[in-house]
Design a protein around this ligand. Structure first.
Ligand SMILES: [Zn+2]
Length: 194
């Protein structure tokens, strides 16, 4: 994976390539497991210990061989007050059914999707209306998140909000797998919001 994500038309190809890279996905799983272990090592706000209470997931857009790694969202339940604590994730972006990687890389800034994007969307079974919803989220809702409010000033020159997520992806440089990993890690706080 030597290519960069910095050219907008490459993102779909990269998404496609990463979906065929089991090492990339096992790294994402390891990051999530590490985060889950950290959550469980802390007590609940009431002081009691947390018990494992994972959410079952039926991930969409997930290659069959990766599915076992994506059927569980790591979550915990307090042994006393029953409060839920869900670990942040680089595999899932919130409650969306599709993998976080797909939500990020399929949401191109074009008004109509490129031929390669349509092909990949078809292969993954992502309906056009779903991509339209993700684009709406990127353009209208993401800029209003506390994550972005706190982080946008760190990007100089400023990231153009009219061209999200491409304008954000472009700011992460390096080999594609690394960029995708850092991008998902950056978005991780949003993985526990509704
Ligand atoms: Zn508690």
């Amino acid at each position: 994976m030597g290519e960069s994500l910095s050219t907008k038309n490459e993102t779909i190809k990269v998404c496609h390539a990463l979906l065929q890279n089991p090492k990339f996905f096992s790294l994402l799983l390891q990051i999530d497991m590490h985060e889950a272990a950290h959550v469980q090592s802390q007590p609940c706000s009431c002081g009691a210990v947390l018990h494992k209470a994972d959410y079952p997931r039926k991930p969409r857009g997930c290659p069959p061989e990766l599915r076992p790694d994506y059927e569980t969202r790591f979550s915990f339940c307090c042994s006393q007050c029953r409060k839920r604590t869900t670990a942040v994730s680089v595999r899932f972006l919130g409650r969306r059914l599709y993998l976080g990687l797909i939500v990020v890389l399929m949401s191109e800034r074009r008004t109509t999707l490129s031929a390669s994007a349509v092909q990949l969307a078809d292969a993954l079974g992502v309906p056009a209306r779903t991509i339209a919803r993700w684009r709406h989220w990127w353009l209208q809702l993401f800029p209003a998140t506390p994550l972005w409010a706190g982080a946008c000033a760190r990007f100089m020159p400023p990231v153009d909000p009219r061209h999200l997520p491409t304008s954000l992806i472009e700011r992460f440089t390096g080999p594609a797998a690394e960029v995708a990993m850092r991008l998902l890690a950056f978005l991780r706080p949003l993985s526990v919001q509704p």
